[in-house]
Design a protein around this ligand. Sequence first.
Ligand code: MTE
Length: 315
Amino acid sequence: MPFRWNPELKPEEITPEEWFKQRRRLMRSAALVGAGAVLGVDPLAAMEKGGAGLGEVRPGVVTLNEKQTSFQDASGYCNFYELGSGKEDPARQAATLVTRPWSVWIDGEVGRPGRVTLEELLKPHPLEERVYRMRCVEAWSMVIPWVGFPLAELLKRFEPGPKARYVAFETVLDPERLPGQKRELLPWPYREGLRLDEAMHPLTILAVGMYGRVLPNQNGAPLRLVVPWKYGFKSIKSIVRISLTTEQPVTSWNAHAPSEYGFYANVNPAVSHPRWDQSKERRIGEFLRRDTLPFNGYGDQVAGLYAGMDLTRDF
Ligand code: MTE
């Protein structure tokens, strides 16, 4: 069942009817709580220094010696269909996505299911910078300095059970904040999923910032996934639910067009997409195209996850 954004309900109170009836009231109160956040009760806001900067951020263990995409391009050329289907729409419409207060459900095959506020979720996790190559299935790429922490650290806190094999993610479902959800472009809410070993891989992070600043709304504030060896559509934005499951979860793009968007979506120059040649890419800000690397250049670290699999079939 889709999860409708609703930060103040307790788990036992959740019914679809309640969601509907309470949403308008909550939106009014959210504006007030959001004002409180600006005054300092919100740790991300409190960490901001001089406006949009984050506080203490460790240098990450993985560094990348490639020219970084400009902040302007990374925050101005976006895919976030809930905020419009043009590349510049998400930045233009970003203000409709109110991100405070925010909470995330962690449920399914975990020892400690429950809803946590963004503040509780972030508290135990030191933030670090990770400069990652990002490759979109539309054959463009960027190099982005993310700020976040390993997803594995979060999952361990909620104690994955013995039956957990996959992790499912959902974006907030709220057509008032994300007006693109009023159009049936994709099955909403946006959903993505990973196999548990992919989710636990040290390269997989949850990001709350980029370029040393709090994530702009158009890039998936306040919390998004970043999986650098997979096509960009796996890196789901504005997450409100993380569920551990036994079965492979349904994901939005795969459900919409299974022949075009596989569940695995590992960057693979040898498997073409019906509309975009995957052997080359255009780095945003550059003119000439460059070769696309298997697993987006992270093969040394991740190819072992797929030993024995036929990646032309499981694309
Ligand atoms: N998450 C949500 N909820 N909605 C989206 O439309 N687009 C995906 C992914 N996550 C998308 C999303 C796609 S196709 C890409 S390429 C990346 O976000 C783009 O991230 P960026 O705009 O921060 O570069």
